[in-house]
Design a protein around this ligand. Structure first.
Ligand code: ZN
Length: 86
């Protein structure tokens, strides 16, 4: 029996540990940013080659979270991942 209500806070073991509700995977997750603008600053060297000196990444669209094992969309836990990643 499965209930399909949205759960916001993972109820893993220990408490707060994220576990995929579909397959039980608790180790591998995939984050996908839909719209990423990457800005890279270059300096041209005397010999005509280029060196990148600075790089900025801007995420414009939605960021989704997927299970790394069964690919279930678990974006409801994405804010939890943001808080817990180091
Ligand atoms: Zn899964």
């Amino acid at each position: 029996m499965h209930t399909h209500k949205t759960i916001q806070v993972p109820s893993g073991d220990p408490a707060g540990r994220l576990v995929c509700p579909a397959c039980g995977n608790g180790s591998r997750f995939i984050e996908i940013a839909e719209q990423v603008i990457m800005t890279t600053h270059f300096i041209q060297n005397r010999d005509g080659s280029f060196s990148s000196v600075d790089r900025e990444t801007d995420v414009g669209g939605r960021v989704k979270l997927f299970c790394g094992k069964c690919s279930a969309d678990i974006s409801q836990f994405h804010s939890h991942l943001q808080e817990m990643k180091f």
